[in-house]
Structures are given as structure tokens and as C-alpha cells.
Design a protein around this ligand. Structure first.
Ligand SMILES: [Zn+2]
Length: 189
């Protein structure tokens, strides 16, 4: 999934004897130069400087944008979302963002289970780009799951309540953080 030339924050990219740390890098105590951002490694041989060009380009995704994508990795406290649209426009590059699930579950009208699941189509707000990671949020009414499939029979789920999706086919009911327009079609990207 990760391209070979792509590094993540903390990855070692050189030893200090070979290169000087350039943009979006830092030297560690062990004499290594590590990446501070997600991106591609760039070597400036004239100055013997190594740097990371962040893969989040300011022109592609900015704080405050809304994006629509699909949950491709689900962990207990965060999910990875592969983004297909930004502000309703198709993206021509692959970008993934992270949605933290902390703060969901429990509380009033407690939802059982996670607010989003693997394979769901989700609309999110970009709330920060710290360390080259696209941090997403689904707190707003318009944000959340816009389309998902029944975990039981695989049919599209319909709206069954404010935070509940139901399957007309098999009667299965699943809890989600639904976007206000969930279940309408066509899906607003
Ligand atoms: Zn079903």
C-alpha cells in the first residue's frame, strides 16, 4: 500500500554522517536523520542535505475542506479513510486521512459499536494537517456515513433512525454516525 519512496513520521531516512537534516526532518540522538512528515525523500547532493517533501500539498487538501471517502482500515480507536472527493471534486491522487474514534460510543443515547465501519462511504471535515497527516472529523450533522452496506446480507442499508441504519432485506439494524443526508440518492460526493 505504501509506496517504496514514501516515508512516515519517525522513519529513518539517512545517517547524520551522510546528510544534513533538511526540511521536515530531524536528527535523533542515535545519529540518524528521521522524517517529520509523510512524503517523499529528496536529496540535495550539492549541499548534502536530505529533506522530505510532504505528500499533503496545500493545494490538494486544506483545513476546513470536506472530503468523501471509504473506510479502508479500521482499528479500535481510529480508522483510515481513502479519500475520493474533496469539496465535491474528484481527487486524482490517492490520499488517506485518519479519523479518530475517541469520544464516540458511550454517552447519551449510546451508540452500540463504532460510528463507522470498514467499507463505509463517509463524508468528513479536515480539521488539521499536523505532521503531514490528514486528520478528519465527523462531528457535524452533515458529516458521517453517507452510504453503507448490511453486515449481514450486503445490501445497501437504509435510514432507520437518527443514528441507526436498517436493512429492508434481512431486518438487520446497525448503529452508525450518519450524515444528515444518509440514505438519499444520488450521494452528494
Ligand atoms: Zn441485510
Amino acid at each position: 500500500m505504501r509506496k517504496p519512496d514514501k516515508v512516515l513520521p519517525g522513519d529513518r531516512i539517512a545517517i547524520s554522517e551522510e546528510f544534513l537534516p533538511g526540511k521536515h526532518t530531524y536528527p535523533d540522538d542515535a545519529g540518524l536523520i528521521r522524517a517529520l512528515a509523510v512524503g517523499g525523500v529528496q536529496k540535495d547532493m550539492a549541499n548534502m542535505e536530505i529533506s522530505v517533501a510532504p505528500s499533503v500539498e496545500a493545494s490538494m487538501v486544506r483545513e476546513g475542506d470536506w472530503v468523501t471517502g471509504q473506510v479502508e482500515v479500521a482499528q479500535s480507536n481510529s480508522v483510515g479513510i481513502k479519500m475520493y472527493y474533496v469539496n465535491g471534486e474528484r481527487m486524482d491522487k490517492d490520499f488517506a486521512g485518519t479519523l479518530s474514534l475517541r469520544g464516540f460510543g458511550g454517552g447519551r443515547g449510546a451508540r452500540r459499536g463504532p460510528p463507522v465501519k470498514l467499507g463505509d462511504i463517509v463524508r468528513c471535515r479536515v480539521f488539521s494537517l499536523v505532521n503531514g497527516i490528514i486528520h478528519l472529523s465527523i462531528d457535524e450533522d452533515d458529516m458521517g456515513v453517507v452510504s453503507c452496506l448490511c453486515g449481514n446480507c450486503g445490501r445497501p442499508l437504509l435510514k432507520g433512525g437518527r443514528e441507526r441504519a436498517k436493512c429492508d432485506e434481512c431486518g438487520n439494524v446497525e448503529d452508525r454516525k450518519l450524515a444528515a443526508d444518509f440514505g438519499r440518492s444520488p450521494i452528494r460526493p
